[in-house]
Design a protein around this ligand. Structure first.
Ligand code: BJW
Length: 226
């Protein structure tokens, strides 16, 4: 069994999604904030946005949807969770084996020496741009995957292997608009898995999956898993 999660699973924790009503891309332009070019042009602006996001996430707690997936990991031997989320709420809920397709907002990576610094969820937000420097003097960047960047190779291949071998794939709270993560769903179907979608709204996947459950993941997942 595989679960592929997106921003919708954290919506009930108070973290804005990207697309749709109230989504981040309604108020902010991705090309000015979530690309390597944007960071080269204006690292201070990009860091300001990510520090604001860290602040929102730091105030959030995992919800019933995250906890239901912890239960699934505990009770199913062959279970893989792949997430597009960078917020760390799956970790905070207690999931241990998480394939992070788009990185982690709580990691800083040095552009000069490549060192990764793990920031502590909830505590370690900082406001001063001068602090976005590594011990070696290099500029730090957020350790997540921007548009135009490759996904971490191990994460993508683990997720692909898992869906190729899956009997059942749960696709939870994602618009499935961003590739290559969205390509995991057709790959699962071609490989013979059944697919259940859990989403508040209809998506481009809804007509293609075996079962499409409409509602909040925090309501549906605990019942589905029970
Ligand atoms: C609820 C709910 C509730 C609400 N309960 N549901 C093929 C075709 C076209 C384009 C491309 C392609 N292949 C690659 C591309 C380009 C690009 C791309 O996909 N663009 C598309 C937008 C067209 N992809 C890339 O650039 C990727 N890289 C790449 O392909 O590299 C190739 C390469 C190889 C070798 C060398 C160099 C390059 C990288 C993509 C990185 C995405 N990054 C972001 C930002 C991360 C950092 C950050 O957080 O700031 O990741 S974008 C953003 O979208 C974020 C998310 O992880 C991602 C997916 O969003 P998600 O999770 O689906 O959220 P939403 O908001 O879209 O949907 C929420 C859903 O929840 C909705 O459906 C709601 O209804 C639902 N919902 N409340 C249940 N309570």
């Amino acid at each position: 069994m595989v679960a592929l999660t997106g921003a919708g699973i954290s919506a009930e924790s108070g973290i804005p999604t990207f697309r749709g009503a109230g989504g981040l891309w309604r108020s902010f332009r991705p090309e000015e904030l979530a690309t390597p070019g944007a960071f080269r042009r204006n690292p201070d602006l990009v860091w300001e946005w990510y520090e604001w996001r860290r602040g929102v996430i730091a105030a959030a707690q995992p919800n019933a949807g995250h906890f239901a997936l912890v239960e699934l990991e505990r009770t199913k031997h062959a279970f893989t969770m792949a997430t597009q989320n960078v917020d760390g709420l799956h970790d905070l809920a207690g999931s241990r084996r998480i394939v992070k397709l788009h990185g982690d907002i709580w990691i800083d990576r040095c552009l000069a020496c490549g060192r990764e610094l793990v920031r502590e969820h909830a505590k370690d937000t900082y406001q001063h741009h001068s602090e976005h420097r590594c011990g070696c003097g290099g500029l730090l960047r957020p350790g997540l995957v921007w548009f135009g960047e490759p996904l971490p190779e191990n994460a993508l291949s683990s997720a692909e292997d898992a869906v190729r071998g899956a009997d059942l794939v749960l696709v939870i709270g994602t618009s499935a608009a961003v590739y290559p993560a969205a390509g995991l769903v057709p790959l699962a179907r071609q490989s013979g898995a059944r697919v259940i979608e859990v989403n508040l709204e209809e998506t481009t996947l809804s007509a293609e999956v075996d079962v499409s459950l409409r509602g909040k993941s925090g309501d549906i997942l605990p019942k589905l898993i029970a």
